[in-house]
Design a protein around this ligand. Sequence first.
Ligand code: BT5
Length: 265
Amino acid sequence: MPNIIEYDTIGSTNREAKRLGLNGADHGTTIIASEQTEGRGRLGRSWFSPRGGLWMSVIVRFQLEQGDYVPRAIDPSISIAAGVAVAEALTDIFVELGRPDVNVRIGWPNDILIEGRKIAGVLVEGCVIENNSPFAVAGFGINLNNKACSLPGELRNAAISVKDIVNTEYPVRKACEKLAVFFIKTIDHIQQNGIDDVLDKCQARSAAIGQEVTVVPHGEPSYAAIPLDIDSKGRLIVRMISGETRLLDAEEVTISRNSNREGIK
Ligand code: BT5
Protein backbone atom coordinates (compact mmCIF):
# COMPACT_ATOMS: atom_id res chain seq x y z
CA MET A 1 0.00 0.00 0.00
CA PRO A 2 1.44 3.44 -0.87
CA ASN A 3 2.24 6.00 1.80
CA ILE A 4 -0.94 8.12 2.11
CA ILE A 5 -0.74 11.56 3.73
CA GLU A 6 -4.13 12.98 4.75
CA TYR A 7 -5.20 16.62 5.15
CA ASP A 8 -8.53 18.08 6.11
CA THR A 9 -8.50 21.40 4.19
CA ILE A 10 -5.71 22.29 1.76
CA GLY A 11 -5.22 24.71 -1.16
CA SER A 12 -4.35 22.05 -3.74
CA THR A 13 -3.10 18.48 -3.25
CA ASN A 14 -1.05 18.85 -6.47
CA ARG A 15 0.78 21.83 -5.03
CA GLU A 16 1.44 19.98 -1.77
CA ALA A 17 2.62 16.88 -3.68
CA LYS A 18 5.11 19.02 -5.62
CA ARG A 19 6.44 20.47 -2.37
CA LEU A 20 6.82 16.99 -0.87
CA GLY A 21 8.37 15.67 -4.09
CA LEU A 22 11.00 18.40 -4.00
CA ASN A 23 11.76 17.30 -0.44
CA GLY A 24 12.42 13.76 -1.74
CA ALA A 25 9.08 11.97 -1.20
CA ASP A 26 9.06 8.52 -2.81
CA HIS A 27 7.37 7.23 -5.94
CA GLY A 28 3.75 6.46 -5.06
CA THR A 29 3.45 8.90 -2.16
CA THR A 30 -0.20 9.95 -2.13
CA ILE A 31 -1.73 13.14 -0.73
CA ILE A 32 -5.45 13.32 -0.02
CA ALA A 33 -7.59 16.20 1.31
CA SER A 34 -11.21 16.34 2.46
CA GLU A 35 -11.62 19.67 0.65
CA GLN A 36 -9.50 21.97 -1.48
CA THR A 37 -9.80 25.74 -1.44
CA GLU A 38 -7.75 26.32 -4.61
CA GLY A 39 -8.25 23.12 -6.61
CA ARG A 40 -6.86 23.50 -10.13
CA GLY A 41 -7.71 22.08 -13.54
CA ARG A 42 -5.65 22.32 -16.71
CA LEU A 43 -4.78 25.63 -18.39
CA GLY A 44 -5.42 27.64 -15.20
CA ARG A 45 -9.03 26.49 -14.82
CA SER A 46 -10.58 25.97 -11.36
CA TRP A 47 -11.60 22.62 -9.92
CA PHE A 48 -14.43 22.69 -7.38
CA SER A 49 -13.55 20.41 -4.49
CA PRO A 50 -16.20 20.38 -1.76
CA ARG A 51 -16.31 17.86 1.10
CA GLY A 52 -17.42 14.38 0.12
CA GLY A 53 -15.31 14.23 -3.06
CA LEU A 54 -12.03 12.40 -3.57
CA TRP A 55 -9.25 14.94 -4.12
CA MET A 56 -5.82 13.32 -4.29
CA SER A 57 -2.39 13.49 -5.90
CA VAL A 58 0.26 10.81 -6.47
CA ILE A 59 4.00 11.39 -6.93
CA VAL A 60 5.47 9.52 -9.92
CA ARG A 61 9.16 8.83 -10.41
CA PHE A 62 10.26 6.82 -13.39
CA GLN A 63 13.28 4.66 -12.66
CA LEU A 64 15.93 3.36 -15.08
CA GLU A 65 17.38 -0.15 -14.75
CA GLN A 66 20.65 1.27 -13.40
CA GLY A 67 18.74 3.12 -10.70
CA ASP A 68 18.88 6.71 -12.01
CA TYR A 69 15.71 8.69 -12.42
CA VAL A 70 14.82 9.53 -16.00
CA PRO A 71 13.88 13.08 -16.99
CA ARG A 72 10.47 11.97 -18.18
CA ALA A 73 8.49 13.84 -15.59
CA ILE A 74 5.93 15.05 -18.09
CA ASP A 75 5.84 11.86 -20.13
CA PRO A 76 2.38 11.67 -21.79
CA SER A 77 2.12 8.04 -20.73
CA ILE A 78 1.48 9.26 -17.17
CA SER A 79 -1.68 11.03 -18.33
CA ILE A 80 -2.85 7.97 -20.25
CA ALA A 81 -2.15 5.74 -17.23
CA ALA A 82 -4.01 8.18 -14.97
CA GLY A 83 -7.13 8.23 -17.18
CA VAL A 84 -7.23 4.43 -17.45
CA ALA A 85 -6.62 3.97 -13.69
CA VAL A 86 -9.49 6.30 -12.70
CA ALA A 87 -11.87 4.69 -15.19
CA GLU A 88 -10.98 1.20 -13.89
CA ALA A 89 -11.13 2.23 -10.21
CA LEU A 90 -14.56 3.81 -10.73
CA THR A 91 -15.81 0.75 -12.61
CA ASP A 92 -14.64 -1.41 -9.69
CA ILE A 93 -16.42 0.88 -7.21
CA PHE A 94 -19.67 0.64 -9.21
CA VAL A 95 -19.35 -3.16 -9.27
CA GLU A 96 -18.89 -3.16 -5.47
CA LEU A 97 -21.98 -0.96 -5.17
CA GLY A 98 -24.00 -3.42 -7.25
CA ARG A 99 -23.95 -1.38 -10.49
CA PRO A 100 -21.71 -3.28 -12.97
CA ASP A 101 -23.81 -1.75 -15.78
CA VAL A 102 -22.41 1.79 -15.30
CA ASN A 103 -20.31 2.61 -18.36
CA VAL A 104 -17.27 4.74 -17.47
CA ARG A 105 -15.74 6.45 -20.55
CA ILE A 106 -12.57 8.46 -21.07
CA GLY A 107 -12.94 11.82 -22.84
CA TRP A 108 -9.92 13.47 -24.44
CA PRO A 109 -7.44 14.22 -23.09
CA ASN A 110 -8.61 12.66 -19.85
CA ASP A 111 -11.99 13.72 -18.56
CA ILE A 112 -13.80 10.76 -17.06
CA LEU A 113 -17.42 10.71 -18.19
CA ILE A 114 -20.62 8.88 -17.45
CA GLU A 115 -23.35 9.45 -20.02
CA GLY A 116 -21.44 12.53 -21.19
CA ARG A 117 -21.27 14.09 -17.71
CA LYS A 118 -17.94 14.64 -15.98
CA ILE A 119 -17.40 12.47 -12.91
CA ALA A 120 -13.63 12.99 -12.65
CA GLY A 121 -10.73 15.02 -14.03
CA VAL A 122 -6.97 14.45 -14.08
CA LEU A 123 -4.19 17.03 -13.92
CA VAL A 124 -0.64 15.76 -14.54
CA GLU A 125 2.16 18.20 -13.89
CA GLY A 126 5.89 17.72 -14.32
CA CYS A 127 8.38 19.10 -11.88
CA VAL A 128 11.89 19.54 -13.24
CA ILE A 129 14.09 21.79 -11.14
CA GLU A 130 17.87 22.01 -11.28
CA ASN A 131 19.69 19.78 -8.76
CA ASN A 132 16.55 17.76 -8.13
CA SER A 133 15.41 14.43 -9.56
CA PRO A 134 12.56 15.15 -11.96
CA PHE A 135 9.19 13.76 -11.03
CA ALA A 136 5.54 14.18 -11.95
CA VAL A 137 2.42 14.71 -9.90
CA ALA A 138 -0.83 13.11 -11.04
CA GLY A 139 -3.83 14.88 -9.50
CA PHE A 140 -7.23 13.19 -9.45
CA GLY A 141 -10.52 14.95 -8.75
CA ILE A 142 -13.43 12.53 -8.38
CA ASN A 143 -17.00 13.45 -7.54
CA LEU A 144 -17.63 10.65 -5.08
CA ASN A 145 -20.04 11.44 -2.21
CA ASN A 146 -20.56 15.10 -3.14
CA LYS A 147 -23.57 15.75 -5.35
CA ALA A 148 -23.39 17.58 -8.68
CA CYS A 149 -26.24 19.85 -7.53
CA SER A 150 -23.87 21.32 -4.92
CA LEU A 151 -21.49 22.55 -7.65
CA PRO A 152 -21.75 26.04 -9.22
CA GLY A 153 -24.69 26.55 -11.59
CA GLU A 154 -23.13 25.84 -14.96
CA LEU A 155 -21.65 22.55 -13.73
CA ARG A 156 -24.83 21.08 -12.27
CA ASN A 157 -25.84 19.49 -15.56
CA ALA A 158 -22.33 18.93 -16.86
CA ALA A 159 -21.08 17.01 -13.81
CA ILE A 160 -22.16 13.83 -12.01
CA SER A 161 -21.00 11.92 -8.91
CA VAL A 162 -20.98 8.33 -7.69
CA LYS A 163 -23.61 9.32 -5.11
CA ASP A 164 -25.82 10.84 -7.83
CA ILE A 165 -25.83 7.46 -9.58
CA VAL A 166 -26.10 4.96 -6.71
CA ASN A 167 -27.66 7.15 -4.03
CA THR A 168 -25.31 5.76 -1.41
CA GLU A 169 -21.87 6.73 -0.06
CA TYR A 170 -18.55 4.96 -0.69
CA PRO A 171 -15.69 5.36 1.84
CA VAL A 172 -13.34 8.09 0.56
CA ARG A 173 -10.21 6.53 2.07
CA LYS A 174 -11.01 3.15 0.49
CA ALA A 175 -11.53 4.79 -2.92
CA CYS A 176 -8.22 6.65 -2.51
CA GLU A 177 -6.33 3.42 -1.73
CA LYS A 178 -7.95 1.62 -4.65
CA LEU A 179 -7.10 4.38 -7.13
CA ALA A 180 -3.53 4.81 -5.85
CA VAL A 181 -2.89 1.06 -6.18
CA PHE A 182 -4.47 0.87 -9.68
CA PHE A 183 -2.51 3.92 -10.86
CA ILE A 184 0.89 2.79 -9.53
CA LYS A 185 0.35 -0.71 -10.99
CA THR A 186 -0.48 0.87 -14.35
CA ILE A 187 2.64 3.07 -14.28
CA ASP A 188 4.82 0.11 -13.27
CA HIS A 189 3.25 -2.00 -16.04
CA ILE A 190 4.15 0.71 -18.61
CA GLN A 191 7.71 0.83 -17.28
CA GLN A 192 8.14 -2.92 -17.63
CA ASN A 193 6.12 -3.72 -20.75
CA GLY A 194 5.66 -0.47 -22.69
CA ILE A 195 2.44 1.46 -23.22
CA ASP A 196 0.59 -0.70 -25.76
CA ASP A 197 -1.73 -2.61 -23.36
CA VAL A 198 -2.67 0.56 -21.49
CA LEU A 199 -3.27 2.45 -24.73
CA ASP A 200 -5.58 -0.36 -25.87
CA LYS A 201 -7.60 0.04 -22.65
CA CYS A 202 -7.74 3.81 -23.13
CA GLN A 203 -8.94 3.44 -26.74
CA ALA A 204 -11.54 0.83 -25.74
CA ARG A 205 -13.05 3.27 -23.22
CA SER A 206 -12.67 6.39 -25.33
CA ALA A 207 -15.71 8.65 -25.52
CA ALA A 208 -14.02 10.78 -28.16
CA ILE A 209 -13.33 8.42 -31.06
CA GLY A 210 -15.84 8.44 -33.90
CA GLN A 211 -17.98 11.34 -32.63
CA GLU A 212 -17.83 14.64 -34.51
CA VAL A 213 -16.14 17.39 -32.51
CA THR A 214 -15.26 21.05 -32.87
CA VAL A 215 -11.52 21.63 -32.54
CA VAL A 216 -10.58 25.00 -31.06
CA PRO A 217 -6.84 25.62 -31.53
CA HIS A 218 -5.60 28.29 -29.13
CA GLY A 219 -5.50 31.51 -31.16
CA GLU A 220 -6.71 30.04 -34.47
CA PRO A 221 -10.15 29.50 -36.09
CA SER A 222 -12.07 26.42 -34.99
CA TYR A 223 -13.03 23.56 -37.31
CA ALA A 224 -15.07 20.34 -37.29
CA ALA A 225 -13.33 16.98 -37.30
CA ILE A 226 -13.77 13.30 -36.45
CA PRO A 227 -11.32 11.78 -33.95
CA LEU A 228 -9.94 8.52 -35.33
CA ASP A 229 -7.52 7.33 -32.66
CA ILE A 230 -5.14 8.26 -29.83
CA ASP A 231 -1.42 7.78 -30.43
CA SER A 232 1.23 6.58 -27.95
CA LYS A 233 1.99 10.18 -26.98
CA GLY A 234 -1.64 10.77 -26.00
CA ARG A 235 -2.31 12.94 -29.09
CA LEU A 236 -5.69 12.77 -30.79
CA ILE A 237 -5.58 11.83 -34.48
CA VAL A 238 -8.47 13.59 -36.26
CA ARG A 239 -9.80 13.68 -39.82
CA MET A 240 -10.94 17.08 -41.08
CA ILE A 241 -13.76 17.62 -43.62
CA SER A 242 -11.10 18.01 -46.33
CA GLY A 243 -9.96 14.45 -45.57
CA GLU A 244 -6.66 15.68 -44.18
CA THR A 245 -5.60 14.11 -40.87
CA ARG A 246 -4.06 16.08 -38.02
CA LEU A 247 -2.41 15.25 -34.70
CA LEU A 248 -3.77 17.30 -31.80
CA ASP A 249 -1.84 18.03 -28.65
CA ALA A 250 -3.91 18.55 -25.49
CA GLU A 251 -1.89 21.61 -24.55
CA GLU A 252 -2.62 23.32 -27.88
CA VAL A 253 -6.33 22.74 -28.51
CA THR A 254 -9.66 22.32 -26.79
CA ILE A 255 -12.37 20.12 -28.29
CA SER A 256 -16.10 20.09 -27.75
CA ARG A 257 -18.58 17.48 -28.85
CA ASN A 258 -21.10 18.31 -31.62
CA SER A 259 -24.00 16.29 -30.26
CA ASN A 260 -26.57 17.51 -32.82
CA ARG A 261 -24.61 16.65 -35.95
CA GLU A 262 -24.51 13.40 -37.88
CA GLY A 263 -20.77 13.47 -38.40
CA ILE A 264 -18.46 13.84 -41.35
CA LYS A 265 -19.03 11.25 -44.03
C1 BT5 B 1 -9.40 18.75 -15.00
O1 BT5 B 1 -9.10 19.95 -15.59
O2 BT5 B 1 -10.37 18.08 -15.23
C2 BT5 B 1 -8.39 18.33 -13.92
C3 BT5 B 1 -8.97 18.38 -12.54
C4 BT5 B 1 -7.97 17.86 -11.52
C5 BT5 B 1 -8.43 18.13 -10.12
C6 BT5 B 1 -7.53 17.46 -9.11
S1 BT5 B 1 -8.22 17.45 -7.53
C7 BT5 B 1 -6.73 16.94 -6.84
C8 BT5 B 1 -5.63 17.68 -7.58
N1 BT5 B 1 -5.33 18.97 -6.98
C9 BT5 B 1 -5.63 19.99 -7.80
O3 BT5 B 1 -5.49 21.20 -7.52
N2 BT5 B 1 -6.12 19.51 -8.96
C10 BT5 B 1 -6.13 18.06 -8.97
P1 BT5 B 1 -9.85 20.53 -16.88
O4 BT5 B 1 -9.88 19.50 -17.97
O5 BT5 B 1 -9.14 21.82 -17.14
O6 BT5 B 1 -11.31 20.78 -16.40
C11 BT5 B 1 -11.63 21.86 -15.57
C12 BT5 B 1 -13.12 22.18 -15.79
O7 BT5 B 1 -13.92 21.13 -15.20
C13 BT5 B 1 -13.58 23.44 -15.12
O8 BT5 B 1 -13.34 24.58 -15.94
C14 BT5 B 1 -15.06 23.18 -14.92
O9 BT5 B 1 -15.76 23.42 -16.13
C15 BT5 B 1 -15.11 21.68 -14.68
N3 BT5 B 1 -15.17 21.35 -13.24
C16 BT5 B 1 -14.65 22.02 -12.17
N4 BT5 B 1 -14.88 21.37 -11.03
C17 BT5 B 1 -15.59 20.26 -11.36
C18 BT5 B 1 -16.13 19.16 -10.62
N5 BT5 B 1 -15.98 19.04 -9.30
N6 BT5 B 1 -16.78 18.20 -11.32
C19 BT5 B 1 -16.92 18.27 -12.66
N7 BT5 B 1 -16.45 19.27 -13.41
C20 BT5 B 1 -15.78 20.24 -12.78
